[in-house]
Design a protein around this ligand. Structure first.
Ligand code: PLP
Length: 379
């Protein structure tokens, strides 16, 4: 039932056999870059019954054939996905704008989609514990899914994360380790931990998460009755979300369900814009930003794990990257909430990018995390 044929490196292009990546404590290419799962699309085409696939309601596990799962009966689910695609004409400037409201996931962010798959894999690999670095939302998400599945969870938290997010992680019973430094420092600590504890499973922006996150893209196409929007605006932290959305549309085209790919537009904040900088300067590598300071804490990833993937999503789709200020993110947050859609500052970054640009046609902004998670500036 698994259609993964291999994992390809984003930087050097090397194709790894599935078991070569699965047995690694840190699933990455020898060259240091992230890898991407490739599938046997002919088999997927045979196994999904096209008419039924196109008509049944959009839910996360409906797209299991595009995920590396061995046994559907063992998938862990807390009702992630099936998030609404909202249209509010007061929020659009030109053309048609839809908001994919990811705040309604079980722990309040889109991270639950990747967590559902990562916890399913941790159980398949017979691990007892999951460990990760997180700017808050992924920690809360993994802590919840681990607790639900009966696994232990250890979260390394950089110093930028807000109190509410740490409380949410603790509420689910996870162990929290506060790290002096930014996300990259916390990530190294998490990776060191799994290297010396082999009953632990490293989670975070590694290949499994990205495969689970693709369902944001599948759902958008599905909810538009398989009409592909002209563009999708996405906030970029580690770059996993933007890559996963691109990959979802790419794969739908590969199996012949859709026939085009939307322009993928990445938005970062000025103080932490390594991907937007690389795009503007046409670079082949990402130049890390040290100790990023921004109120959009969920996207404060100075050395993004999927930075090259994010760049590829933007370039291959004919999209672009832009920067906004912290203040523009807050203004966008207020505009959304005054129209009934409450998001945290990072969750408004895509909409802030939309406001700043003149985009034609039908577009979607991803509203990534719930407003209750971080109410900066509302007191
Ligand atoms: C994680 C997150 C992002 C960024 O996603 P990446 O996959 O790291 O690029 C954006 N907004 C919110 C609310 C998040 O939790």
């Amino acid at each position: 039932m698994v259609y993964v044929t291999g994992f390809r490196c984003f930087r050097c292009g090397r194709l790894h056999k599935p078991y070569e990546i699965e047995r690694l404590p840190i699933p990455r290419c020898e060259c240091g870059s992230a890898v991407d799962a490739e599938y046997d699309y002919k088999s997927i085409k045979k196994v999904i019954l096209r008419d039924e696939f196109m008509r049944t309601p959009a839910t996360h596990w409906k797209y299991w054939a595009f995920m590396p799962v061995k046994d559907l009966s063992k998938c862990i689910s807390m009702g992630e996905g099936s998030t609404p695609l909202l249209e509010n004409k007061r929020l659009s400037k030109t053309g048609r704008l839809l908001i994919k409201y990811e705040a309604v996931n079980p722990t309040g962010s889109f991270k639950d989609r990747g967590s559902a798959l990562e916890i399913t894999k941790a159980l398949e690999f017979k691990k007892k514990k999951v460990a990760l670095a997180s700017t808050g939302n992924m920690g809360a998400s993994m802590a919840a899914y681990a607790a639900f599945a009966g696994l232990k969870c250890k979260v390394f938290i950089p110093d930028i994360v807000g109190k509410e997010k740490i409380m949410q992680i603790k509420a689910y019973g996870a162990e929290t380790i506060l790290v002096a430094g930014d996300y990259s420092v916390a990530m190294r600590r998490a990776e060191e931990f799994v290297m010396s504890n082999n009953d632990s499973f490293l989670t975070g922006d590694y290949p499994w998460r990205s495969e689970g996150t693709k369902t944001v893209g599948f759902e958008i196409a599905d909810q538009l009755y398989w009409h592909v929007p002209d563009y999708i605006v996405v906030p970029v932290g580690n770059g996993t979300l933007i890559w996963s959305i691109y990959e979802a549309f790419h794969e739908l085209a590969l199996v012949g369900i859709t026939d085009k790919i939307p322009r993928i537009i990445g938005v970062q904040v000025e103080n932490c814009a390594p991907v937007a900088d690389a795009w503007e300067n046409n670079l082949k590598e990402i130049i890390p930003v040290k100790n990023p300071k921004t109120i959009a804490t969920a996207i404060a990833c100075g050395d993004p794990i999927d930075g090259l993937a994010a760049l590829r999503a933007i370039r291959d789709s004919g999209g672009f990257a832009i920067k906004i200020t912290d203040n523009e993110a807050l203004l966008a947050r207020n505009l959304l909430s005054c129209n009934g859609i409450f998001v945290e500052p990072s969750g408004a970054v895509a909409y802030a990018g939309y406001i700043k640009n003149k985009l034609e046609g039908t577009g979607v902004c991803i509203a990534t995390g719930h407003g209750l998670k971080d109410m900066y500036g509302l007191e």
